[in-house]
Design a protein around this ligand. Sequence first.
Ligand code: TYM
Length: 334
Amino acid sequence: MIGEKKVLFSGMQATGSLTLGNYLGALKNWVSLSEEYECFYSVVDMHSITIRQDAPQLRKRARDLLTLYIAAGLDPEKNCIYYQSHVSGHAELAWILNCFTYMGELNRMTQFKDKAARHADNINAGLYTYPVLMAADILLYQTDVVPVGNDQLQHLELTRDIAQRFNSIYGEVFTIPEPYIGRVGARIMSLQNPSKKMSKSDENPNASIYLMDDPDTVIRKCKRAVTDSEGVIAYREEQPGLRNLIDIYCACTDRTPEETVKEFDGRGYGEFKMAVGEAVVGVLKPLQERYVRLSQDKELIDRVIKENAEKAGYYAQKTLRKVQKKVGFPERIR
Ligand code: TYM
């Protein structure tokens, strides 16, 4: 708790262009929860270097992402929006937690296996211990709730295991965090292959809608989305492409799948795809306009970066000092 409020933490990587999946699975929920919780939203640039990055490009993308958090509707005066690399406590706690995490646990992480397969020439130790840094992010702020998409659930489960293990040895040091998964949109799939999640790293540009795509591109991608030959608008597993489009439509218009199926009963896929495209444009257009305006306000963004790093650092230190004492590091002499 901070004051009267429970704590929320979440983060995104500044790698590649953000997709509609990132928005509907995470960012949209961040905004809806931001009043209720004391929120920390981090641009997790330290996670990004587990894959080789071009330095100037990473710096630019990190700033763009931080700006996008604000453009999506997070008030930087109320929410702590900051760069992970500006708060050294993340790295310090990650080291300690590494010593409380088993290799057997890390070996089971599916995201590690996927990424190791995709980057076989650079399977570095950071990629392997990536989930421990994520646990440190979360536990550093005594987080109660972590809004994420479905693909991060395994990492969150590991975070809980590490926290419980630590607490069972040293007493109640960490709050045990709960995941928050949105009602719809927790797993947006590729538009070209609905058995794969929509991903920033997909090589096929038609598979993902990017948050900065213009309206024509969005509509075109929706029209080309892979569906089936059943010809009936229904929400069922046997029609995964259509099901995904219904999920997207629902998340963008705050409708339920049942309402959507009823609304489009007896109408063709072409018409529905057009409606999906328009619903997505309706969400993205205002976001893009705010983003363009905000990115010109250098002073505001610089102030957010500076002030929030200090705020996050303050809370991070509180937990870190407690943990350091528990594990037996010598006290500082003032
Ligand atoms: P990242 O950057 O891959 O994704 C950011 C968020 O977007 C969600 N997401 C999706 N949701 C629905 N459908 C999709 N197709 C889709 N693709 C991505 C992700 O679930 C995530 O919530 N390891 C994390 C970043 C991280 C973090 C943390 C998150 C680092 N530390 C602490 C929460 C708490 C990651 O790579 O997310």
